[in-house]
Design a protein around this ligand. Structure first.
Ligand SMILES: [Zn+2]
Length: 104
């Protein structure tokens, strides 16, 4: 795979950290969990995540999902990824409503 390129600096990005965690998200919450690489531009610091494995490591319906993610967070940064700002906004509003309702 060719290295990604920073369009601001015309430089190839470098892997800053391999095997970071990524939870793909829906409006209902986490969906799948992957490992991928965190890349960074050596000049401007732009960061992206790319180089995902072909299959998720764990999926939301598996009974140990939450415990697995909690353990991963002790080992590596875990990022979340929504498809759109609108989906992220719906999830955030839903989480805040739940927190208000249940005082959590
Ligand atoms: Zn750059």
């Amino acid at each position: 795979m060719r290295r990604p390129i920073c369009v601001n600096c015309n430089l190839e990005l470098r892997v800053k950290k391999s095997s970071v965690g990524v939870e793909t998200m829906t409006t209902d919450g986490p969906y799948q969990y992957f490992h991928a690489d965190l890349w960074e531009c050596p000049e401007c610091g732009l960061q992206i995540i790319s180089g995902f494995g072909a299959k998720p490591i764990v999926e939301h319906y598996q009974p140990n999902y939450a415990e697995y993610i909690a353990a991963e967070k002790q080992l590596t940064p875990v990022f979340r990824a929504w498809f759109s700002k609108q989906e992220r906004q719906k999830f955030t509003e839903g989480s805040e409503a739940l927190a208000r309702e249940f005082g959590i």
